[in-house]
Unconditional design. Structure first.
Lengths: 262, 161
């Protein structure tokens, strides 16, 4: 990979300053960015590590639900969110493999917005808030298509705040080689309705299945969606699964998630 | 180049590194600790697993500078103080948990990390935990037996496949 200057600030303010220079790129756990740099698909001049900032670490309850520091590794979310938001903890505990979960972070995953990543489904289905040094972004405004988000140049995530639903589940159809989702669905039931977010399936990245949300909001059972159909038009088609197969999985996995929700 | 300092296998060490120097390069080329292997270099295979502050990580996917000051343990740190094999290493030898041996350093480090978290894992928990470690010889059965034995469980009771 091309060389770069490495800096590791210890506060959010110092990270903001470091990332304001041209050619600077934020580095979190690096489990996606390092392979990307090895392939020279990214070649930043300056890499700003966010893993040394204490205020961006950890899981705690607070105003608006569960507050997770953006630099918190998946393994810590899997352990420390379990008592508060079991479906989210289970999702974190199913990302990659144990060594990847010890480095990869929630902020890195949400900032990258890989179309097959797990966390975007939790953020969107929970109606979570993405916090940056300058503003708060609602999940519905944050995700803007494959690898595309509302983050501006040099802007980075400091925290994600998850409202805690009554019931929720994440069901992932694993792509066993990459350990990403071939397709996965996160279902969350709140007092004002149900939210359903799908990852791994669409060419536009994570999306809400609004027809299922309406049906499940009046009847939270797998049979409530049995008459619905999912269009294959915008679905990803590759050697692991056709667009029609992924469309089929969306409905099957939604039903399973509703049944598994607790 | 900058001097990067960390604690490796209990000793404070330092070596020159660039920003792009991976932890595995720092260990192998900077410190001469060639027990940690590079298999795929894409964080799939797990041959490069070491412990950083007690947690298993893939050292081909971590920058050395990002873990400056950390406590790192590599396969060279797994033997007992008198030079005899550690518990996990001895179990791998006793149960022939290796064929060509290339994946073994990573397998041993991941297994040790598992046993630190879960001292008596089931066969299924072992297989699940080692999913990020690939053995190209497909020697998994004896690897799982070795981990069972290292945890003090009866490896002979495991079903043959």
């Amino acid at each position: 990979m091309h060389n770069f200057d490495f800096v590791k600030p210890s506060s959010i303010a110092d990270a903001v300053a470091a990332l304001s220079s041209e050619g600077a790129q934020a580095l979190s756990g690096g489990q996606t960015l390092l392979p990307t740099m090895k392939q020279r698909l990214a070649a930043p001049d300056v890499l700003v590590s966010l893993t040394g900032i204490a205020e961006m670490q950890g899981v705690c309850t607070g105003e608006g639900g569960l507050h997770i520091g953006a630099a918190t590794p998946h393994a810590v979310v899997a352990r420390d969110a379990a008592a508060h938001y079991p479906a989210l903890a289970a999702l974190a505990g199913g990302i990659g493999d144990p060594a990847v979960r010890n480095r990869g972070t929630i902020g890195g995953s949400v900032a990258n917005n890989d179309p097959a990543a797990c966390y975007p489904a939790a953020v969107l289905a929970s109606g979570a808030t993405v916090v940056t040094p300058h503003r708060r972004i609602a999940a519905d405004d944050y995700f803007q298509g494959m690898f595309s988000t509302a983050l501006d140049e040099g802007e980075f995530i400091t925290q994600v705040i998850f409202p805690i639903p009554h019931k929720a589940a994440y069901v992932k159809f694993n792509q066993p080689a990459s350990r990403f989702a071939l397709t996965a669905v996160f279902v969350a039931q709140f007092s004002d309705g149900v939210r359903v977010a799908v990852t791994g399936a669409s060419n536009n990245g994570v999306f809400r299945w609004t027809e299922a949300e309406a049906a499940l909001s009046s009847d939270f059972s797998a049979k409530a969606i049995s008459d619905l159909t999912v269009a294959a038009d915008d679905m990803i088609s590759d050697l692991h699964g056709s667009a029609a197969y992924r469309a089929h999985l969306v409905k099957v996995l939604t039903g399973r998630a509703v049944t598994a929700a607790r | 180049m900058t001097k990067v300092t960390m604690t490796v296998n209990g000793k404070s060490v330092s070596a020159e590194a660039e920003g792009r120097t991976l932890l595995v390069q720092y260990l192998r080329e900077g410190l001469g600790l060639t027990g940690t292997h590079v298999g795929c270099d894409t964080s799939q295979c797990g041959a490069c697993v070491v412990h950083v502050d007690g947690k298993a990580v893939k050292s081909c996917t971590v920058f050395a500078m990002d873990v400056a000051g950390s406590e790192v343990c590599t396969i060279e740190g797994m033997a007992n103080a008198d030079g005899s094999l550690g518990v996990v290493q001895q179990a791998f030898q006793d149960h022939h948990g290796l064929q060509c041996g290339f994946c073994t350093p990573g397998m041993v480090m991941s297994s040790a990390a598992l046993l630190a978290e879960n001292p008596r894992p089931s066969e299924s928990e072992i297989r699940h935990y080692l999913e990020g470690n690939i053995c190209r010889c497909t020697g998994y059965h004896n690897i799982v037996k070795a981990v069972l034995a290292a945890s003090g469980q009866d490896a002979g009771a495991m079903a043959a496949e």
